[in-house]
Design a protein around this ligand. Structure first.
Ligand SMILES: [Zn+2]
Length: 117
């Protein structure tokens, strides 16, 4: 089970208490009236889907109910850090160095084959 630390409750809780809320730090450029339909549609619907570290919004929906941001590695599913909404985005280079040494909180089941039983 994946454990996620809520920055408001300040404790690790099971992933079932949380809901992913999309990409973090999205900023619309300029006024809506000045944008083309294609640019506005891209702002609304097009998201990056990188392999590796991503900035994400999460909500502790079955806890305090508050939104927060996180940096998660999409390859290992490991949360490198969490921070409150409205706080500036952390420096990724410092997080990468720190995260590489930190142990993962995800526990995986080992697979057994029929021949091992
Ligand atoms: Zn919380």
């Amino acid at each position: 089970m994946l454990l996620i630390k809520c920055p408001y409750c300040e404790e690790e809780r099971p992933e079932l208490e949380f809901r992913h809320a999309g990409e973090a730090h999205l900023v619309r450029e300029g006024k809506i009236i000045d944008q083309s339909d294609e640019d506005f549609a891209a702002f609304l619907y097009l998201r990056q889907n990188p392999k590796g570290l991503v900035y994400e919004r999460w909500r502790h929906i079955h806890g305090c109910g508050r939104f927060f941001n996180a940096i998660r590695d999409t390859v290992s599913d490991k949360f490198l850090t969490v921070y409150k909404a409205g706080e500036p985005r952390p420096d990724l280079t410092a997080i990468k160095a720190e995260g590489a040494a930190a142990p993962t909180t995800r526990k995986r089941r080992s697979r057994t084959t029929k021949s091992e039983l």
